[in-house]
Write a protein that binds this ligand. Sequence first.
Ligand code: FES
Length: 216
Amino acid sequence: ISLYCKEGSRLLPRPISICEINKEDAILRIVYRIAGEGTKEFSKLASGDSLAVIGPLGNGFFQRDGRAILIGGGIGIPPLLELAKSLPGEVTAVLGYRDSDLFLAKEFEPYAKVVISTEDGSAGTKGNVIDAIRENDLTADVLYSCGPIPMLRGVKEYAMEKGIEAQISMEERMACGIGACLACVCQSKEKDSHSHVNNKRVCKDGPVFFAQDIEL
Ligand code: FES
């Protein structure tokens, strides 16, 4: 979804992924990092305040049967929680953190086996998410991943090495959020049929792509 600031000088909406969906009570939960003035403004909202939101935008993960590994790094972890809840098969969540601030990890536990990696070695495997997968000898039929580009690159390589499907959710700076401005393009393997360039719009064609379809 994209959220608009109330402060008039900040015109562009901020794209934030959905962490949880509570259909019964009509609640969407978002978990975000304060990264600039827009998110700082959101963090000051109080219960009952209102905000303009557009969405849902773009696609989501394509849910498969079979064993799944969810791989999240940092602020790429929140959008995997709703997925963990809704996948039909056996789910392992490999969550990568910088340090011992293991935000959301406990919330995955009812839905997945949770495996942790930390850069500083304060919890779980010391290293990155792929180190944790190898150390714990994890296997699956499909990988779902969201996080920083170097991590996604590692996930893509790992999936190719093992011959399994990997879906990755990309994060890009965005402007319009609806496919009109091309501020958010990433490089794709195939040429786009309209523009004949190797681009895909993260906001409209994604944010989820099959790893083999995009260049990382
Ligand atoms: Fe404008 Fe994606 S943000 S096309």
